[in-house]
Each structure stands twice: as structure tokens, then as C-alpha cells.
Design a protein around this ligand. Structure first.
Ligand code: 3PG
Length: 499
């Protein structure tokens, strides 16, 4: 298609995998779209793949901007961080007030807030939108999480609804909430993704090193699971990976891949924000930590030699163990989603996002990386009780979890006894066991804090905070020299004397 000025209704900056495929998806839905990339080879690829479609690539920014209808709608799909700022800086002098800029990358939500404030002050519209689905999702139907400037979103809403994945006829895109809500929700989506991926990796380890199954048998387990209640995109691709031969060999490509997992940061951000909000997501934290731990290959090899021998195979009956493993995986999956949803609920209050958790579960059911059958249950739970504090409080979820817990215990106990690492499995189970503990042993931590640092404690049945002198005065003085910490809260409350 030949370009004429102001021909196109939507523009994309960044013609990498996601940007290019989203543009092609839009063009398939009869939207006339333009793309820009500094890299001429990406512009050529767009021309090649978009032949015969209403799409055109540009390798100069002014030409690209001039080709768009005004007010312009321009989306960026470039790597998160400084590149987003430099693209905005380059773009701004070419734009007119009222133009819309959309950041569709994985930007940190605080960056999105900062950029929105600066661009709005300059008369532009700006909003952040999480996009999930990888290459195939972008091309044939992603899940999208737009937040921020609602008026601006409404301008492009028909386009995004047209290209989104659909479940039961409904598009997997909805306005998420004000500010950086869209990027925040996408970040937590990715945190859940990290958790689920770690659980699948641990399952692979159990099947391979615990049961001694070969790749074909492992692939069968994942295939079978994916045909049942565990159906999910991640298990679907996993079963494909277990059928993919390395080119010109008789073994799987998987066996040639280094066991050092990389990341781009969204899982870590999820854990960081969760800690800031004091809302525990330990399965996600574990997944982030284990990606990092995997990179210490040389150290792991040294310690494997030093502390060998390798873990023993599991002393279990295979068929019964596989039944338990399916239960355990289901249980862990529920826990992982539950942690993410609770983080969303907490953030929604903290940042006034007004998140509708049912709507979020609904748009995650199609197109995105964490799509799964179980998201229907999550959707139902939050639709019935929008203010539900924790997914485990839902009655149907309670029934499902209660039925799966024995399997989770069997698997973790067997793995621990054999010396097989199952950190996310074990963490999820301990998280659950702690959450259902009405009285935790944390009273002892409070006593210790008060003992060494006079940090005070609260008493059952009494208002206020208290401090005790736990040792005779001379010992206390000696103890105090050992700590740099002083009282955190100079209390006027009575001191409970030593007995
Ligand atoms: C992505 O954003 O591409 C993935 O969802 C997460 O990427 P990562 O595993 O490299 O962090």
C-alpha cells in the first residue's frame, strides 16, 4: 500500500515481535495502520508480512507522524526503561496537543505515573497498557490491560476490542482503572506467570529426577494434565516443548538448553511492591529467587560435588504419586493466583485503582500467558463477592483446595525426604498452612524484639503498646551494648515489670 499524508488511523513505534504482530492484527481487522522503527530490517519485515494489508512501515519519525490522522493515536512497544523516555522526547516536538500516546510495554508503574503527569501537563493524552500473549497473542488476539486516561482509551477502544482475544464472545480487554493501574495489573500478571513457570519447572524436576521418567513420559503427563482441570497456556506450550527435537538430532532441544533462567524484571517488581505493601506473595518471591539462584551454575556444580551424592529417586508407587502430583500442582496453582489477586486487592486500596478483580480474571481467560481454565473459578469467585479479601475464602475454591491438600503434602514430604528441591511447592504449602493458623508463633518474635531493642509489643485484651525489662538492670545494660537498635516507639504505656 502506498503512503499518502494522514492516511493512517493508528501508529506503532517499535516493530519488534510484539509491535509488528499487533499492527498486522489491526490491519487484518481493516484498520489502516503505520509503523516506525529505526531498524530498517524491521520496517522491511513489516512490508513483507503486511503485503496486501492496509499497513505501512516508516524509518523516519517525522514521516511516520505525518502519516497519521489527527488527533493521532500512537502506541509504543519498546523495551521498558530509558528507551521509553527517549522515544517520548523524540516524539513530543512532532505532536500536537490532543494527540494520544500509549505505552504498551512492560513499564514500571511508577514510571507510567511520572510520564502521564509530564505529558498531560504538556497537553497530550497518555496511558499505559499491559499487553500479554507473546508473539501469537499479539498477532491473533492478546489480552490487554489499559489504565489511566479513560477518555483517551475510549478513542482507541474499538480497535483494541476488535483485535483482542475473545472468550465466550467477549474481548479480553477492559479499562482497568486510573493512573498506572494497567501497568500495575500487567506486572502482577507477570508475577503470577513467574510463579506458575517455577511450579512447572519443579514438576519437571520431580518427574525426571524423582520418578526417573524419560522426556516422552514427562510430555505425556503434561499433555494429560492439560486436557483436564489444569488446562492452561503454560502447560500447553510445555507439552509442545517435550515433543520438540533439536534439529538434526535424536533428542529434545530442551536437553541442550542451559539451566540458567533469565528475566526482564517484572517478577522482581511484583515481589518488591508486595513487600512495600506488606502483602506476602511468597510463591512469587520464591520463583524470582530461583531464577536468580539458577544463574549460580559454577557454585551449584561445586556444591553438588561437595555435598553429593545426587538426590535419591522417590520411594513411591508411580501411579499413586502421579495422582498426588496432579492434586499438588492444582493446589499450588490456586495458591499462586490467590497471592496475585490479593496483591491486586491491596494495591487497589493503596493506590485508589478501583480494580474490579472479576473483570481482570475475565480478560485473563484468553490471549494472555497465564490463561487457564481455573481463571473461570477466579472470575466466578470475585463476581459473587467483589470485595473478597482472599481467593481461599471462596466456598468453591475451599472445596477444591481441601480436596487437593493431601496430594500437596504427599509430594512435598516425599521430595523433602529424598533431597529433591521443590521450593515453590513447599513455599505454597507452608503459606497455606500459615494462613490457616489462627495463632502463629510470632508472639515470640515480638518478645525478642522488645528484649533486645525495646521495640515494644501489644498484649491480648489490652489497648496500647508495652515494654518490659526482660533482664536484671546490669545484664540489660550489657545486652544493650550488643545492639545498635534503639526504641522505635517511645511509649507512654506502662512497662510490665520483670517477675
Ligand atoms: C515478557 O514480558 O516478555 C514475559 O511475560 C516475561 O518476561 P521475562 O520472563 O523475561 O521476565
Amino acid at each position: 500500500m502506498s503512503a499518502t499524508p494522514t492516511t493512517f488511523s493508528f501508529g506503532m513505534i517499535g516493530l519488534g515481535t510484539m509491535g509488528r504482530n499487533l499492527l498486522l492484527n489491526l490491519a487484518d481487522h481493516d484498520f489502516a495502520v503505520a509503523g516506525y522503527d529505526k531498524d530498517a530490517s524491521k520496517v522491511s519485515l513489516l512490508a513483507e508480512e503486511g503485503a496486501g494489508k492496509p499497513v505501512q512501515g516508516f524509518s523516519t519519525l517525522p514521516e511516520f507522524v505525518d502519516s497519521l490522522h489527527t488527533p493521532r493515536s500512537i502506541m509504543m512497544l519498546v523495551p521498558a526503561g530509558k528507551i521509553v523516555d527517549s522515544v517520548i522526547e523524540e516524539l513530543r516536538p512532532l505532536l500536537a496537543p490532543g494527540d494520544i500516546i500509549i505505552d504498551g510495554g512492560n513499564s514500571h508503574f511508577t514510571d507510567t505515573d511520572r510520564r502521564a503527569a509530564a505529558l498531560e501537563a504538556a497537553g497530550f493524552h497518555f496511558f499505559g497498557m499491559g499487553v500479554s500473549g507473546g508473539e501469537e497473542g499479539a498477532r491473533f488476539g492478546p489480552s490487554m490491560m489499559p489504565g489511566g486516561d479513560k477518555e483517551a482509551y475510549q478513542v482507541v477502544q474499538p480497535m483494541f476490542e476488535a483485535i483482542a482475544a475473545r472468550v465466550e464472545g467477549e474481548p479480553c480487554v477492559t479499562y482497568i482503572g486510573p493512573g498506572a493501574a494497567g501497568h500495575f495489573v500487567k506486572m502482577v500478571h507477570n508475577g503470577i506467570e513467574y510463579g506458575l513457570m517455577q511450579l512447572i519447572a519443579e514438576t519437571y524436576g520431580l518427574l525426571k529426577n524423582g520418578l526417573g521418567l524419560d522426556n516422552a513420559a514427562i510430555g505425556q503427563v503434561f499433555t494429560q494434565w492439560n486436557n483436564g482441570r489444569l488446562q492452561s497456556f503454560l502447560l500447553d506450550i510445555t507439552k509442545d516443548i517435550f515433543a520438540f527435537q533439536a534439529p538434526n538430532t535424536d533428542h529434545l532441544l530442551l536437553d541442550d538448553i542451559k539451566d540458567e533462567a533469565r528475566s526482564k524484571g517484572t517478577g522482581k517488581w511484583t515481589s518488591q511492591v508486595a513487600m512495600d505493601l506488606e502483602l506476602p506473595v511468597p510463591t512469587i518471591d520464591t520463583a524470582v529467587a530461583l531464577r536468580d539462584l539458577s544463574k549460580y551454575k559454577v557454585l551449584r556444580e561445586q556444591l553438588a560435588t561437595l555435598y553429593g551424592p545426587a538426590p535419591t529417586p522417590l520411594a513411591v508407587e508411580h501411579a499413586a504419586f502421579l495422582t498426588s502430583l496432579e492434586q499438588a500442582f492444582f493446589f499450588n496453582m490456586v495458591i499462586t493466583y490467590a497471592q496475585g489477586m490479593q496483591l491486586l486487592a491491596k494495591a487497589s486500596k493503596e493506590y485508589s485503582y478501583g480494580l474490579q478483580l472479576a473483570e481482570i480474571a475475565k480478560i485473563w481467560r484468553g490471549g494472555c500467558i497465564i490463561r487457564s481454565s481455573f481463571l473461570n473459578d477466579i472470575f466466578n469467585a470475585f463476581q459473587q463477592a467483589p470485595q473478597l479479601e482472599h481467593l481461599l475464602l471462596d466456598e468453591r475454591v475451599r472445596d477444591l483446595v481441601t480436596q487437593a491438600v493431601p496430594g500437596a503434602r504427599t509430594v512435598v514430604a516425599a521430595a523433602v525426604a529424598a533431597g529433591l528441591a521443590v521450593p515453590a511447592y513447599a513455599t505454597s504449602l507452608s503459606y497455606f498452612d500459615t494462613l490457616r493458623t489462627a495463632r502463629m508463633p510470632s508472639n515470640l518474635i515480638q518478645a525478642q524484639r522488645d528484649y533486645f531493642g525495646a521495640h515494644t509489643y501489644e498484649l491480648i485484651g489490652h489497648e496500647g503498646v508495652f515494654h518490659t525489662q526482660w533482664t536484671p538492670a546490669h545484664e540489660d545494660a550489657a545486652n544493650k551494648q550488643d545492639t545498635q537498635e534503639g526504641p522505635e516507639n517511645k511509649s507512654e504505656q506502662p512497662v510490665i515489670p520483670n517477675k
